[in-house]
Design a protein around this ligand. Structure first.
Ligand SMILES: [Zn+2]
Length: 201
């Protein structure tokens, strides 16, 4: 491992766009800023009996659920509706160019380039890697997390192209990305404590 890499700062995403003149921002490759999740407001409506509905307001996603619903059923329904709304918001915001992002990260942290890296509807894991084929899939749920969290998952999966395991040697590679541990914390909180390991084939 090259120790110098540990101190390499994360890739600048469009996070730094505010400091850049507009014409330079426009010339940047198409890397859309992942959406910041909106707050969720749940309203128990006596007018509703079985179904719930969600709509996007400027400051939150408002979900109306039947007033008589159990807390468990409400949580399940709200999670489902919010996920659907967030997927639509992400699709509207424009695609993030995963291949471009992965190429930059591979170069910066001296990791191999994947043969392909694609979005996949996978709800039980954040990323997966088929190291024999060099292919990586990233959960579409990550289209709406901050760029540095998405990058941590991409670097994690790129490291699996060298080490298809979670050994010490693997972590030495994955931790070249300085915010790897913070990103794990972010994703753990986002999945509400459900462990969400990646999948290696
Ligand atoms: Zn992994």
């Amino acid at each position: 491992m090259a120790p110098a890499l540990l101190n390499t700062p994360p890739l600048a995403g469009t996070d730094t766009a505010a400091d850049t003149p507009a014409e330079l921002v426009a010339a940047e490759p198409v890397v859309a800023e992942p959406l910041v999740p909106l707050a969720i407001r749940v309203i128990r409506s006596p007018k509703r009996h079985k179904t719930a509905a969600a709509k996007v307001l400027p400051d939150c996603i408002e979900v109306r659920v039947p007033a008589g619903m159990t807390t468990e059923a409400e949580a399940e329904m709200v999670a489902k509706l919010v996920a659907r709304v967030e997927r639509k918001r992400a699709a509207k915001a424009g695609p993030i160019d995963l291949a471009d992002r992965a190429a930059k990260l591979a170069r910066r942290y001296d990791l191999p380039l994947p043969v392909s890296i694609t979005w996949a509807e996978q709800n039980d894991r954040w990323g997966s890697c088929t190291s024999s084929r060099g292919t990586i899939r990233i959960s579409t749920r990550l289209a709406r997390v901050p760029t540095w969290v998405l990058d941590a998952v991409i670097v994690h999966e790129l490291a699996h192209l060298c080490e298809p395991n979670h050994s010490t040697a693997f972590w030495a590679l994955a931790n070249r990305y300085p915010r790897q541990e913070r990103a794990s914390g972010f994703l753990e909180a986002m999945s509400q404590g459900h462990s969400d390991p990646c999948h290696i084939v």
